[in-house]
Design a protein around this ligand. Structure first.
Ligand code: ADP
Ligand code: MG
Length: 678
């Protein structure tokens, strides 16, 4: 029997039980062994009957006078007496009619259960009993408690796990010896054994450490191997031109923040190597990532390289085009910026393609169209991916394939990744963090609102609008025909324009409008022809309307934390006081998540919280996250993570051949497919 054997090979497991075990995601013997307990109950202390105190107890005793009867229809009681040399105590089981027959006289049993007063008599209720042996699984030890399902209780799983641990052949150590020794890890067989059936709480901790270490080691090794595979490819070096960088910075209407300057410098150093850059710039919304992208782009363009900038939405692509035309225009590259998106007319597209093909366009900005269409880039030196969590690895590969060689890649994201995650899942990337906002920004005031405060809220908002400010209203839905839950753009638009805000100019924007329509609306909003823009989350990322100071989110509880933070980031981009109102669908108490938004505007803190509340898989929703949700390790264990990462680096530095370690190889290969950045 091996890890890969089906559970059906275990004694007593037939088709029915196989199905039930599958509910718990236990298909193979390996799944069973890696299905670690959710918690433990300590029945390790054996008590004499005269010393019994209410609570969880274990006895070592004889059992006599076991007998069962129905007290009424559907209610069966088994009673027995357990006795040792100090006294005796009543045992009671409900609806376990087989009990009486299963108990043999004159045998020593371990009896474990809750001792307490019931209907005026002391007894132990529904105890587990096992013949005294050197390896009890349900009594006389720290007992594992598993996730259960109908027909599969912990007691049954204990027996099964015990058998699997006895029979599985591949419990031999599968990590390199130097690693086990260096990290003072216990042997794998011992670790899984102790994890299920701890011999003491200290032994359990040691086992957990070993398994947690292995888990994080595998994750980081997967990420690092991905990283090295990437850097093995040859890129074309883009030398640093100091004068150009200085000219560019000199033309900016503001001073770069220190964080921006540091990030740009790291990017320039990366690009000047023949190893392809694979850097992630993390910076909260509004921290000024676009300038960093512009500076990277201009350096590449100066060397006659083409640059592709991919944005997650057409709106954002258009906006980037305008911003970058201005920024690059300052140093004479403005008319080398081109837009290529699905929403262009056929003739516009044709021109865009031509300009790319003949090199007139040095910086092409677009969405998926950049990959989907046959774009004749010839000297792609740099790819900038804005809000990278929207792009799949396949898409990235396509762009790379198009270039013929490996271009430098710069990812930018406003979804902050907690450091612990960055070091594990994102280990394949170099990371720059823009951890300061440009000066003069005011903290966005965030408030959770319940529907019965709507009137006062609207009055307050109208004052801001009167003063010339603008408002976004975000709803979860486009129209009412969608699946229930939350208000729609159409509904809110109608309500506001016919009632509360009929004296204001209101626009609407959602994903089902054509690209041209969206564009017109967005332009009007930017030019202040609308006071209010009712929209869906199409405006979630990147859109920059400095005069908009109010973000009203309807049905706020329907959005994720990261998403709400992004939405909030659409305001507060000028230097005026901005507001975010999180309107709940009903007057129930707000969740911890929403309260966190009220209390902090720090995206990193929110991401840490989200990670704690929902786990990594849920945050980075677009990968198959089952594999990411750690079984044993905790992402808050920074010491362990650092050690595991170092070990993974050592593994690579030692030129270890992973194929020599088949178990490790199998697991790491699987993880490489998942962690390869979304
Ligand atoms: P994000 O990081 O969210 O992409 P942007 O690049 O859109 O942020 O920048 C947000 C706003 O801040 C823009 O209007 C930009 O011009 C401005 N900005 C960027 N850097 C600075 C700076 N160092 N000082 C002042 N304003 C800046
Ligand atoms: Mg941006």
């Amino acid at each position: 029997m091996t890890f890969n054997s089906g559970v059906i090979e275990l004694s007593g497991v037939g088709k029915e039980l196989t199905k039930k075990l599958a509910v718990l995601s236990i298909i193979t013997v390996g799944d069973l062994i890696e299905n670690y307990p959710r918690r433990y109950e300590d029945y390790s202390l054996i008590t004499k009957i005269d010393k019994l105190r209410p609570g969880a107890v274990t006895l070592e005793a004889n059992i006599i006078q076991a007998s069962g009867r129905y007290v009424r229809r559907g209610m069966h009681i088994t009673e027995a007496i357990a006795s040792d040399e100090t006294g005796s105590v009543r045992l009671v089981w409900f609806n376990q009619p087989y009990r009486a027959g299963a108990i043999k006289p004159d045998q020593q049993y371990f009896i474990a259960g809750e001792f307490g007063l019931r209907r005026g008599r002391f007894s132990i209720l529904n105890p587990s009993v096992e013949l005294v042996s050197d390896f009890p699984v349900n009594t006389a030890r720290i007992i594992p408690v598993y996730r259960e399902t109908k027909g599969i209780k912990s007691a049954y799983l204990r027996r099964l796990v015990r058998e699997a641990l006895n029979l599985a052949k591949d419990l031999d150590e599968h990590l390199p010896g130097w690693l086990i020794k260096g990290q003072k890890l216990i042997d794998y067989r011992k670790a899984v054994m102790e994890m299920h059936f701890p011999s003491s709480s200290e032994a359990l901790e040691t086992a957990k450490r070993r398994l947690a270490f292995e888990e994080v080691f595998e994750l980081t090794l997967a990420a690092l191997l991905n990283k090295y595979e990437f850097t093995k490819e040859a890129a074309l070096a883009i030398p640093f031109n100091e004068k150009l960088a200085k000219d560019f910075v000199g033309e900016l209407p503001f001073k770069l923040t220190d964080a921006q300057r540091k990030t740009v410098w790291q990017v320039y150093q990366d690009m000047s190597r023949t190893m392809p850059m694979n850097r992630l710039v993390e910076g909260d919304v509004g921290s000024g990532k676009t300038v960093v992208a512009a500076m990277a782009a201009v350096m590449a363009m100066e060397q006659k390289f083409q640059v592709a900038l991919m944005a997650p939405t057409e709106i954002l692509a258009r906006q980037h085009t305008e911003t970058l035309q201005t920024l690059l225009g300052n140093v004479g590259y403005g008319d080398k910026v081109g837009l290529l998106i699905g929403g262009l007319s056929a003739s516009q597209k044709k021109i865009a393609h031509q300009r790319i093909a003949n090199g007139d366009t040095g910086l092409m900005i677009g969405t998926h169209a950049l990959i989907a269409e046959k774009v004749g880039m010839h000297r792609l030196g740099l790819i900038v991916i804005d809000e990278q969590h929207r792009f799949g690895v396949q898409q990235r590969k396509k762009l790379q394939a198009k270039a013929g060689h490996m271009p430098h890649v710069l990812h930018m994201t406003a979804t902050p990744i907690p450091r612990s995650l960055a070091l594990t899942l994102y280990g394949e990337l170099d990371i720059s963090i823009i951890d300061e906002l440009p000066p003069g920004r005011q903290e966005i005031k965030t408030k959770i609102c319940s529907p019965n405060s709507r009137k006062q809220l609207y009055a307050l908002i109208d004052k801001e609008l009167e003063a010339g400010r603008q408002m976004f209203v975000v709803t979860p839905l486009i129209n009412d025909t969608e699946a229930s839950g939350g208000v729609s753009v159409e509904e809110v638009y109608k309500q506001l324009s016919e009632h509360e805000f009929k004296h204001r100019r209101i626009g609407q924007l959602h994903g089902r409008m054509s690209s041209a329509e969206k564009d017109v609306v967005m332009k009007k909003y930017l030019e202040r022809e609308f006071d209010i823009l009712v929209c869906t989350t199409v405006i979630e990322v990147g859109v920059d309307v400095p005069n908009a100071t109010i973000m009203l989110i309807e049905g706020a509880e329907k959005f994720g934390l990261a998403q709400l933070h992004q939405l909030r980031g659409r305001v507060g981009r000028g230097n005026r006081q901005s507001f975010a109102f999180l309107m709940l669908s009903d007057s129930k108490a707000p969740s911890v998540r929403l309260q966190a938004l009220e209390n902090t505007t720090n995206g990193f803190k929110l991401a840490e919280l989200d990670l704690r509340l929902r786990g990594p898989g849920a945050i980075y929703g677009n990968f198959q996250h089952g594999a990411l949700d750690l079984r044993v390790a905790s992402l808050s264990d920074t010491k362990l993570i650092a050690a595991a990462r170092e070990a993974a680096q050592n593994f690579i530095d030692k030129n270890e051949d992973i194929e020599k370690y088949s178990h490790l190889h199998r697991r790491v290969s699987k993880l490489r497919a998942v962690t390869n950045l979304n």
